[in-house]
Ligand binder design. Structure first.
Ligand code: BF8
Length: 649
């Protein structure tokens, strides 16, 4: 046992994870938690952003005695370059995910979509109108093809700004134009960012950082937004759905299949195939009544939002799920799937199946997913998992009992519907509640889990304290799963803990105070909600004026750096539970934590404990409220048309 190993109870607040971490010790399994202990002495040059490895005259590390790299780059340049490269990594991941979905949309439109079809024609036609594509009276395949081609243009556009930017409030668009951060084609932005960070190109830290915001915008108002739009068209716009979360969802007497990663094509087809009569028959022949399909990470969020399929766990539970000894197959695609999975699986009977040609791991079985024969491929995978059920060793099985019910599926459309009903679907009641001070504001809590902190702790404390203070919470990614596992995503539990004003509003419209809005690419749903609030009127003319804050409490991935950056560039302050690797440059730190406020109306804030984060958030929300002149609590009353007109002026 390494000398500095953390106590078990300091690793996570989740009881299911604690139980399996204990089992991992007994089974001698090396998990990310142990590896985090052995990696604890993080390189100071790395954490401060002062290590430059972009050419082979180095690597150079900047110190007081050697303040310049061999090429003459100083700390500001090196730190800013490293930051931009992290943003690029995140943008590329989200946007490549989007590209695959656009290909699928195109194939479906051309009649080559295999078992896929357009599930939400309303979403297709709405998207077409948003992008000025003529859709009235046109067949859906034609509209879909035109939209897919337009989206491909969003990747390749060489000289024109992204069309998706037009979905933002006009003032945001103007800010981006004036500061030359309105992105061109996504691919062009990624290539340009890699070019400008090559040795001997861009050395002005401010220019590099503006480049980082421009690249990030090509994700938030580009790749990720397109991914969400196309997913909704292809697989359906989510609406509230019940489910359960945590390792306790694994079946004791059923074959268990976990789907893990990000792209929804495969998981959607698995969700269909699992109910196929052929599979139901097949599983009986293996001596089980049914087969359990559950999700890990963002794939879990995707199939939860659309099918109510249970969530086995978040990012740091992927190894733990295998250690239960009860998983027949873990199917992975891209992003956040640990390299260690086959090693962990070696001690059990679990088969790790990789499905994406750009994401292979030695020790995993690679079975590329065939979208042309998607249903057949999905059924074959499920049968293979069922065949493995006979290899389960009961002596190695320990499934924690912990699981909690939840409600997920809050797309912006679903929120509008909850707020206003089907005939008057609108954000008006939310804006009114914020104006009347029953709701203080809206906070998006997003991102990952990280073994360097006690898992889920910051997220849960922050969420609990904010709803107590009448703040409506929007959640995505693994932080959404933290609340789900804690039982905070049922309307009843959460409402018991919410402040009076928030509770009144949520009870009136039948909505929980913590809304699960989806996976990481679905952070664009939070931008969409912020835009709806602006369009609805009464809370400012642009996003930075509304009382809204973003928080990434336990973030770890490059995608989170991109997300934080596009939030700030969209006018939303972002609280970071752990800082970026930028402390080596005072100028870069000042730029990101202060000066962006003059450009975008928002900045980053490093706040390492959740109680201080609550104070900071309330300070930011109250400052916005003061600027809007909405500091007084209004009597509760129903707004008539006259009131509404006044709000709009
Ligand atoms: O994209 S929240 S750990 S699973 S990076 Fe990964 Fe972070 Fe989870 Fe989803 Ni997002």
């Amino acid at each position: 046992m390494p000398k500095e190993e953390k106590r078990l109870e300091d690793r996570t607040r989740d009881p299911a994870s604690l139980e399996i971490l204990d089992k991992a010790e007994t089974d001698f399994i090396n998990t990310c938690f142990i590896r985090a202990d052995t990696q604890r002495h993080h390189c100071k040059f790395g954490t401060s952003g002062l290590c430059c490895r972009i050419c082979h005259m180095g690597p150079c590390s900047i110190t007081a005695k050697s303040p310049l790299g061999v090429c003459g780059a100083n700390a500001d340049t090196i730190v800013a370059r490293n930051y931009l490269r992290e943003v690029v990594g995140g943008v590329a991941a989200h946007s490549d995910h989007a590209r695959h979905l656009v290909f699928l949309l195109k194939k479906v439109a051309e009649g080559n979509g295999g078992g896929y079809r357009i599930k939400d024609e309303r979403a297709l036609r709405k998207a077409a109108r948003d992008y000025n594509i003529e859709e009235t009276g046109q067949p859906k395949a034609k509209v879909a093809l035109e939209l897919a081609n337009l989206f491909f243009g969003e990747f390749t556009s060489q000289e024109e700004r992204l069309k998706t930017l037009n979905l933002a409030p006009v003032i945001q668009q103007n800010i981006w134009k004036q500061n030359n951060v309105a992105p061109l084609g996504i691919d062009r932005m990624v290539v340009q960012a890699m070019h400008r960070t090559h040795i001997g190109v861009d050395h002005d830290y401010r220019n590099l950082l503006l480049g980082a915001f421009r690249t990030a915008l090509s994700d938030g108002w580009g790749g990720s937004r397109i991914a969400t739009i196309v997913s909704d068209i292809m697989f359906g716009t989510p609406s509230p759905v019940r489910s359960t979360a945590n390792l306790g969802v694994l079946g004791k007497n059923t074959p268990n299949i976990l789907v893990h990663g990000h792209e929804p094509e495969l998981s959607e087809m698995l969700a269909v195939a699992i109910n196929d009569p052929e599979i139901k028959e097949y599983v009986k022949s293996a001596g089980a009544e049914s087969v359990t399909l559950a999700g890990i990470c963002c794939t879990a969020n995707e199939i939860l939002m659309r099918h109510g399929i249970p969530v086995a766990g978040s990012f740091l539970q992927q190894e733990l799920a295998i250690i239960t000894g009860a998983v027949e197959m873990m199917i992975v695609d891209v992003q956040c799937c640990m390299a260690s999975l086959p090693d962990v699986a070696n001690s059990y009977h679990t088969e790790i199946v990789s499905t994406h040609d750009i994401a292979k791991t030695i020790g995993a079985t690679h079975i590329p997913f065939d979208t042309k024969n998607a249903l057949k491929s999905a059924k074959e995978l499920i049968k293979r998992a069922i065949n493995n059920y006979r290899n389960r060793d009961p002596k190695k099985v320990a499934i924690p009992s912990a699981k909690n019910p939840l409600i997920g599926g809050f797309s912006v459309d679903a929120i509008k519907y909850m707020l206003g009903g089907s005939f008057r679907a609108s954000f008006r009641p939310l804006n009114d509640a914020i104006i009347a001070d029953r709701i203080k504001g809206v906070v998006g809590i997003v991102g990952c889990t990280n073994p360097n902190t006690k898992v889920d702790e910051y997220t849960i404390i922050l969420t609990r304290e904010l709803i107590k203070r009448n703040v409506l919470i929007l959640k995505t990614g693994c932080t959404a799963l933290a609340s789900a596992k804690e039982g905070m995503m049922t309307p009843e539990t959460a409402l018991e803990k919410a402040g009076k004003g928030l509770r009144e509003v949520c009870e009136a419209v039948g909505m929980p105070p913590i809304l699960h809005m989806g996976s990481c690419v679905d952070n664009t749903r939070i931008l969409e909600a912020a835009t709806e609030i602006v369009f609805e009127g009464g809370l400012g003319d642009e996003i930075s004026q509304i009382p809204a804050v973003g928080v990434a409490p336990e973030w770890m991935s490059e995608k989170a750096v991109a997300i934080g950056s596009y939030f700030v560039a969209s006018g939303i302050d972002v609280i970071l539970g752990n800082p970026f690797n930028i402390s080596g440059s005072e100028n870069v730190t000042r730029f990101l934590n202060k000066e962006t406020r003059k450009i975008f109306g928002a900045s980053f804030h490093d706040v390492s404990d959740p109680y201080s984060a609550v104070e900071k958030i309330m300070e930011l929300l109250n400052a916005s409220r003061k600027k809007l002149g909405i500091t007084k609590k209004l009597e509760r009353k129903l707004f008539d048309m006259d009131d509404r007109r006044k709000i709009h002026v």
